[in-house]
Write a protein that binds this ligand. Sequence first.
Ligand code: PMP
Length: 402
Amino acid sequence: TKQYLDLPVAPADIAFGLMTDFEADPHPKKVSMIAGAYRDENGDPWILPSVKEAKERLGEATHEYLGIAGSPTFTNLAKELIFGPIASSLQENAASIQAVSGTGANHLAATFLARYLRPKRVFIPSPTWINHKSIWEMAGVAVVEYPYYSHDTRELNVTGMLDALEHADPNDVVILQACAHNPTGVDLSKPQWTEVSNLVQRKKLFVVFDSAYQGFATGDVDGDAWVVRHFTETVLASGTHPGLCVAQSFSKNFGLYGERVGALHLVVPRHLSAQGALSELMLISRAEYSNPPQFGASIVETVLGDRGLRAQWKADLHTMSSRIQRMRGMLRQRLEKETLLDWSYIEKQIGMFSYTGLTAHQVDRLRREFHVYLLPSGRMSMCGLNEGNIDYVVCAIGEVVQ
Ligand code: PMP
């Protein structure tokens, strides 16, 4: 058995490793399209005006502890945001707990479900956010990848996805990203979601929705939550279903990345109560970090709890999502002119990322020869693009695809 003295040094996290390389790169034209963090038209981090105003209103906030489950005002507002009109019928049927952002919510879900649902396997999309696999492996559940994206068609592989989930057993867990799929930017249509929902009901699978981009994807907070609400209604109505949960992040839609704001909501069928589950979630939270961070949650609750600030926040979401959409259009148009190839999929994809289809070798050349940084998978964070660097990036891509 291994002990700490003979542990090999683990490879660095790909994205965080590249970010360090980027920081150290002295080239004046370097461009980072690595991180999933919004940048404004000058390439700078952006504090949302709604968040700025909330901070002013909060003034000299204290630094007291929150309770183990976090701020009840925050978790209620978070619940209303994701579940919309059905939130009011979830009194008994949902357990909501503040979490250490989306990562912490995913981790709480994995730890709790590994203990009490005891799935044989968890099904994650191929590809998906890199941390899903690590989080579930750490919880000791066997991870299986289901086909999600077809590199040939650059579209969803819905047949592959449904076929793979057909092989799941009752109480197995399926991870679904609610909108703006990371890293592909390809989402299911409503009819496709309905097919998945029917399968999940029939096979009694437990869905964990990962919702990291509500409102950020399209600017429409309700539209981006449609699938969560649709599945929740079917779970509530079911007599036999094990339930579902939603890991909710406020990193992107409030630009509060480093503040670690999130929540986990567990929903059970209408004839059951989720209050026992909440007490177990609190035991896990208490043992792991005692109570969640206070500052970011107080910003979110100030914004969501005030009609005027909420309207400003929706305008801020529109500012971010429409800038990204504009960049998609410009990138597609200029790449098509430069390379005479079809780049229409860049404009069809949604959210923060674009799956460019560039190979690992081409991505490597972009970094070495042009100081343009993407993930080796070809994932590009659209936020890194702006009118000041897009022509340089287009020229660089043009060179490596020749
Ligand atoms: N899920 C997905 C799909 C994501 O893309 C991210 C952020 N990259 C997260 C969860 C969690 O992020 P955070 O912990 O910052 O909320």
